[in-house]
Design a protein around this ligand. Structure first.
Ligand SMILES: [Fe+2]
Ligand SMILES: [Fe+2]
Length: 268
């Protein structure tokens, strides 16, 4: 089930909630940036292709898209990628050498349809200049987010995601505690290397985002977060390395979960 909402003038969010049994839900977001050269950021989960295309069509005609910013090649970001390339011959994919390389192992990107932008480099799309950013926390080496000069928003890919119990449309509606716990959980699940990181090096990375002072943080896995929340978002990541490392259920716990799911299905 996918929903859409408007995060800022000319920025639409396409969102679904992916359940993690026994833990909560993680939002999966893609974004449409409207303007003279409309841009889509990521293409939803592979298991939700039809719902994604339906949600996309409700906010823009996919034939009008000029650019697709692929933040990275994970399955929750590439769902409708090839369908969109087939339907819209003008669509170009903004990615990196590594993004093309990883896609080449399963579903190669046509090389005449890609446009490389490395962290620190800029690209102008219509009335926006986008500066590519390597987020402080990521789960895939091809990860590239960006800052949009027109809205001031940071598109942070998986960074700043959170496990939640409910998913509002504005991260400001999440309590401080739920936000911090949810962010720490997600960060330690998605980026377990955080436990080994040098705290000073992480702090320097987080400072880079602080200096950027985005007007809004648009993470792939958090409701839209206004700029006044940036400090809270950064603090959650700063404490993540000292938190309990995530260990998934073992076989006995998994069998218990299956039993409970079967019993719940039988009484439903
Ligand atoms: Fe990812
Ligand atoms: Fe993701």
């Amino acid at each position: 089930m996918m929903n859409t909402y408007t995060a800022a003038p000319d920025i639409e969010v396409l969102t679904s909630s992916f359940p993690i049994p026994g833990y909560g839900v993680v939002p999966i977001n893609s974004f449409v940036l409207k303007g003279p050269e409309p841009l889509l950021v990521d293409t939803g989960a592979a298991v939700q292709r039809e719902e994604f295309m339906q949600a996309l069509r409700s906010v823009i005609d996919p034939a009008d898209l000029r650019w697709l910013w692929l933040t990275h090649t994970d399955f929750d970001h590439i769902g409708s990628l090839h369908q969109l390339l087939q339907e819209n011959p003008r669509l170009r994919v903004i990615t990196t050498f590594l993004g093309v390389g990883i896609m080449g192992l399963s579903d190669p990107l046509p090389l005449d349809r890609v446009h490389f932008v490395n962290p620190g480099e800029k690209i102008t799309v219509g009335n926006r200049t986008l500066t590519a950013v390597k987020p402080p926390v990521f789960d895939n080496p091809s990860t590239t987010g960006f800052h949009d000069d027109r809205s001031g928003a940071l598109f942070s890919s998986d960074c700043f995601g959170a496990l939640l119990q409910q998913v509002p449309q504005n991260a400001a509606d999440i309590s401080d505690r739920d936000l911090r716990d949810g962010q720490v959980f997600w960060a330690t699940v998605d980026s377990p290397w955080l436990h080994k990181v040098d705290r000073g090096a992480l702090a320097a990375e987080l400072n880079g985002i602080r200096r950027m002072a985005p007007t809004m943080v648009l993470s792939s896995h958090l409701p839209a977060a206004p700029g006044h929340m940036v400090e809270r978002l950064l603090e959650s990541l700063a404490v993540a390395p000292g938190s309990q490392p995530f260990v998934g259920p073992n076989q006995a716990a998994f069998e218990e979960m299956l039993k409970q799911m079967t019993a719940a299905a039988a009484t439903a």
